[in-house]
Design a binder for this molecule. Structure first.
Ligand code: NAP
Length: 321
């Protein structure tokens, strides 16, 4: 049985620290809800973006400065922030009004009590799962070009993936690195056309189509990668010092799958108003809301996440009222 703290009792606990969470926190706190954000770190996908030119109100802004503004605004409105990793949510009996109460558990061993929950912790980077990837994590293998890219200035690097993240990564790195290999498992990209054209136009980007990374090699740090052409089956060793893995992301669902309905991709299924469903029936799950990239929305955009965070907070407010 989970230990239930007496006090404080939050009106809403928001799990996650990026655009959806911080917007939810802003709106919840401005509605005078006792609001706590619990996040391993602040930033998410947005903070991994070098330059953002499609967030309304800013002609151009870096991902990290934008997220920092959101954090500051949410805290100014009264939201609390705890830097911890959530690893459990339990519904516990509530003697007062018949509505559920939840205890949020973290890996630090703390328990937090709340009347409602907003799931908005996005996704975590997908890994290649090849030999050497784990060993050289942080020693040449990176999942965040914006964070780690500047460390590879003047060096040869590889980017793996064929979506907007990989294209943006290759485009950015081509400005600071003499040679960028863009390795994609198919012969067509799934990113914006203008980005594809931009990448194709860069002289120092070599695109390896129909290619997969089989191994990351090095000594202390990365020296090369082994790449296989999936059409010819030929392998070659490509000398690089950095490998940027930009192959999408996965949802961590272990601690929520007993609470809410997920789709085949492990994304939280929500109503138009950010409400969740029970896992085994079509009824709305009282007290648990979800927003942003963790939901089944096909549009993984910062402005969409922010809008959904707003909806989740206002719906949580209506629910408690
Ligand atoms: P994504 O769109 O899911 O693309 C992932 C890419 O990695 C795909 O090309 C996929 O190949 C490849 N891939 C997946 N698993 C792989 C594996 N095990 N080995 C090798 N390659 C693998 O992910 P994303 O690029 O991170 O983008 C995520 C979302 O954020 C998208 O909706 C995207 O539009 C959005 N985003 C938007 C912007 C922007 O608006 N500026 C910037 C970045 C991202 P296949 O093509 O063969 O499936």
């Amino acid at each position: 049985m989970v230990e239930i703290p007496e006090e404080p009792v939050y009106d809403v606990i928001i799990i996650g620290g990026a655009a959806a969470s911080l917007t939810a926190a802003l709106y919840a706190a401005r509605r005078a809800m006792k609001t706590l954000v619990i996040a391993k770190s602040i930033g998410g996908q947005a903070a991994m973006t070098d330059v953002i030119e499609n967030y309304p109100g800013f002609l151009s802004i870096g991902g990290i400065p934008l997220i920092n503004k959101m954090l500051k605004q949410a805290m100014k409105a009264g939201a609390g922030v705890m830097y911890e990793e959530v690893n459990g949510i339990e519904e516990v009996p509530n003697a007062n009004d018949g509505k559920p109460m939840f205890v949020i558990k973290t890996t630090s061993g703390n328990n937090y009590k709340t009347k409602s929950v907003i799931l908005s912790y996005g996704k975590t980077p997908r890994t290649l799962d090849v030999p050497g990837e784990g060993e050289f994590g942080g020693k040449g293998v990176s999942y965040c070009t914006v964070c780690d890219g500047p460390l590879f200035k003047g060096k040869k690097v590889a980017v793996v993936g064929g979506g907007n993240s990989a294209l943006e990564s290759a485009e950015y790195l081509s400005k600071i690195c003499p040679k960028v290999y863009l390795i994609h498992r198919r012969d067509q990209f799934r990113g914006f056309e203008y980005l594809v054209e931009e990448v194709k136009s860069r002289k120092n980007i070599e695109i390896l189509y129909n290619s997969v990374v089989k191994e990351v090699k090095g000594e202390h740090t990365v020296h090369s990668i082994v790449v296989q052409n999936t059409v010819t089956n030929e392998t070659r060793e490509v000398p690089v010092n950095g490998v940027f893995v930009e192959i999408g992301s996965v949802t961590k669902t272990e601690f929520i799958k007993h609470l809410v309905k997920l789709d085949q991709l492990g994304q939280v299924v929500v109503t138009n108003n950010a409400e969740t469903y029970y896992p085994d029936k079509d009824d709305v799950r009282p007290g648990i809301f979800a927003a942003g990239d963790i939901t089944q929305t096909p549009f993984k955009q910062i402005v969409v996440s922010a809008g959904e965070g707003c909806k989740a907070a206002l719906q949580a407010y209506n629910y408690l009222a």
